[in-house]
Design a protein around this ligand. Sequence first.
Ligand code: ATP
Ligand code: MG
Length: 178
Amino acid sequence: MPRLFFGLEIPESIKTSVLTVKTDIKGARWQSEAQLHLTLAFLGEVESEQVTLARNNARKVTHPPFELEASGLGCFGQEESPKILWAGISPEAELRELQHILAQRLITDGFTLQNPSFKPHITLSRFRAGAGSVAGLIEHYQRTRFGSWSVQGFALFESSPGQSGSVYTVLERYPLTT
Ligand code: ATP
Ligand code: MG
């Protein structure tokens, strides 16, 4: 069964910009440019009939395009022993609205979303247990604006295991329209 999620593709210029924060931290597994994305709704492993259902729902989502900016850093877990380092997103309002519209459609159709509390972010690095602190890095980039872009659509991704972490492949794109 494919492992699926809906999310945003990140423009190349933004990927390059956010990965300039890459530095030597114990236990860090930095994401490659190809791996960077923004998750909207994680479906997990789904049956093929459900894939069709999910796609049909996504096609019916209506939302106008909007601007996003990547700015600042944060982490999941403690700064002194992080699990994930991420770049922040602002403003969050329109993205949350899009996420909500999509999530509601999926939930109505019986999907159980595993991320009920949505925190928009771009994962930059994952950490093994006993990792070094990211406190200094987060402090240093607190006010950094990595760049902005116009979100013209979202996508259905398949996540599959690869030699250097998960590989995310776009299965279908859904343009946003006014
Ligand atoms: P790996 O699991 O190999 O460390 P990964 O977490 O990126 O890598 P997936 O678990 O397939 O790969 O997740 C795909 C995307 O969905 C990622 O952006 C991940 O953060 C997000 N995701 C995975 N599980 C959940 C979850 N339970 N809730 C919210 N988002 C999730
Ligand atoms: Mg995972």
